[in-house]
Ligand binder design. Structure first.
Ligand SMILES: [Zn+2]
Length: 271
């Protein structure tokens, strides 16, 4: 599933190609995504210029002046540029066609993605309004994490993946950040000291930053908007490494299930 680094990598890849460019049309081949794609989308987009391409959590926001195209990659979405005339394949549900011939294509086999239109401030959209602080913003720090965890008896890993607490951290990066912070993923969130919250907030940011620097992680079919695979997966310390030795201490990495998701940790490095 694309997490924040993959979405940010996509944004950085697409922005230079799209910002300042005029949209000619939108092609919707399948309206049945997580929410219905607006029927009149092409009409709304045609003739507008993409002023900015920003990100909030895992949402991409195409500011078109008259409104915002809101896009989410869902569980399996990928957004990239194809040459004009490239035939659409089975899961290619949406194209954004620019006047200069550039075509941005959304492929989403599981159809959990979103393509929406919003007039007015996109941050006020119901899906975006409740999202917690961006991990790279000043708002997200140890103090904030400490406050957010005081009444939470749930495991810290699950709390970290709660988008109300911090935006965009999914399973992979929660696992990796907790390893870097030396914190056992099953620790009840409210038991973390202020100092450990400071460390964890820092490690979350670092982990995401490193992943963005590596172009994201390529698992299963994820590739960046440039068609190149990210390679942060080569830096994984725990994710997907059950049964292998910890790269710090040699102890065997363990795997458990938390909230239907796989958790990996080093029983010695993470307490
Ligand atoms: Zn270890």
């Amino acid at each position: 599933m694309p997490e924040l680094p993959e979405v940010e990598t996509t944004r950085r890849g697409l922005a230079p190609l799209l910002v300042g460019k005029r949209i000619k049309a939108a092609v919707v081949r399948h309206h049945g995504l997580r929410q219905p794609v607006p029927r009149n989308l092409s009409k709304l987009l045609a003739g507008t210029t993409i002023h900015h391409l920003t990100r909030r959590g895992k949402y991409l926001l195409f500011d078109c002046g008259t409104g915002t195209l809101i896009l989410h990659l869902g569980m399996s979405g990928r957004l990239w540029v194809v040459n004009t005339g490239t035939p659409a394949e089975k899961h290619d549900h949406f194209d954004l066609v620019l006047e200069n011939g550039t075509v941005v294509r959304l492929r989403d086999p599981r159809r959990f993605g979103l393509v929406l239109w919003h007039k007015g401030d996109p941050l006020g959209h119901p899906l975006l309004a409740a999202i917690g602080p961006e991990p790279f913003s000043l708002e997200f720090d140890g103090a904030r994490l400490y406050r957010a965890t005081r009444n939470r008896s749930a495991a810290i890993k699950l709390v970290l993946m709660d988008s109300h607490v911090v935006a965009g951290v999914g399973n992979i990066y929660a696992n990796e950040a907790l390893f870097r912070a030396g914190i056992r993923p099953s620790t009840p969130a409210q038991r973390l000291s202020r100092e450990r919250c400071d460390v964890l907030a820092k490690r979350v940011r670092e982990t995401l930053q490193d992943a963005i620097g590596a172009g994201g992680s390529s698992l299963r079919d994820y590739v960046g908007s440039d068609g190149l695979a990210g390679n942060f997966q080569s830096q994984f310390m725990v994710y997907g490494r059950a049964g292998q030795p910890c790269q710090h201490c040699g102890t065997t990495i363990k795997e458990i299930r938390q909230g239907q998701r796989a958790t990996f940790y080093c029983p010695r490095c993470q307490r």
